[in-house]
Design a protein around this ligand. Structure first.
Ligand code: ADP
Ligand code: MG
Length: 228
């Protein structure tokens, strides 16, 4: 599935005026591609993800998901789209302290229409894919920051989203661990043909991205093409 932001402008109330968080932003993400967005704090990166994920409606412009405009969708239709099609990964992993890695995944997704056994098998396969086959029964405090972030990513994939939106996944990791996580996300994105946007202020972790764009004061500019 593809994602396109078309001339998106987003403002927030700011005293007597408005603050422009996204200024006429255009971005195309084809299936199987990971676009990395970098830029200083306050430049609009999280706002861009919130708009791409239909959590926030822009003042102007459109978000096109799988070729379909989301502009005229109702709140209910948006919620359904998020549940079925969009995986969110945030910097804070929000894992429940009492639950094992496997249970975090089982708790996360809607298992209606799925047999318990198949659901569990899927969670185990996902943990294997993110390199945590050995840690399925560990609780968050028994895992490193990198392992917790892998659980966080696996959890976002439980509902088989076609669009993955990831906000600062490496913020609490050193540069080497950060690079490994980004490389793993790129691999998942390519094999599953997801469209993915990953936000990071740390350019050094982004060498595996298909494209890197720079955000500054709500505007996007291209940094360079890392791969074709
Ligand atoms: P980043 O993720 O790059 O740090 P954000 O998208 O969080 O940037 O913020 C962009 C700008 O919008 C900042 O100036 C921030 O203070 C402002 N902002 C973000 N969210 C809100 C909000 N809910 N209400 C008002 N201003 C906001
Ligand atoms: Mg942010």
């Amino acid at each position: 599935m593809s994602l396109a932001l078309q001339n998106v402008t987003l403002t927030y109330p700011d005293g007597d005026g408005r603050l422009t968080a996204l200024d006429n932003v255009c971005l195309d993400v084809p299936p199987g591609a990971l676009v990395a967005v970098t830029g200083p704090s306050g430049s609009g990166k999280s706002s861009l993800l919130a708009v791409a994920g239909t959590l926030v409606t822009p003042d102007e412009g459109d978000v096109v998901i799988a070729g379909a405009s989301t502009r005229s969708l109702s709140q209910k239709q948006r919620a359904k789209m998020r549940r079925n099609e969009i995986g969110f990964v945030f910097q804070q992993d929000n894992l429940l302290p009492a639950l094992t890695a496997l249970d975090q995944l089982l708790l996360s997704a809607d298992m209606r229409g799925m047999r318990v056994r198949a659901f569990r098998d899927k969670a185990i396969r996902l943990l294997e894919e993110v390199g945590l086959a050995h840690a399925a029964h560990r609780r968050p405090h028994e895992m490193s920051g990198g392992m917790r972030q892998r659980v966080n990513i696996a959890r976002a994939l439980m509902a088989d989203p076609s669009l993955l939106l990831i906000d600062e996944p490496t913020a609490s990791l050193d540069s080497e661990r950060g690079k490994e996580i980004v490389a793993m996300i790129c691999e998942l994105v390519r094999t599953r043909k997801l469209a993915a946007v990953l936000v990071s202020h740390d350019l050094s972790t982004l060498t595996d991205a298909d494209r890197i764009v720079q955000m500054r004061d709500g505007r996007l500019s291209r940094v360079g093409i890392v791969a074709s």
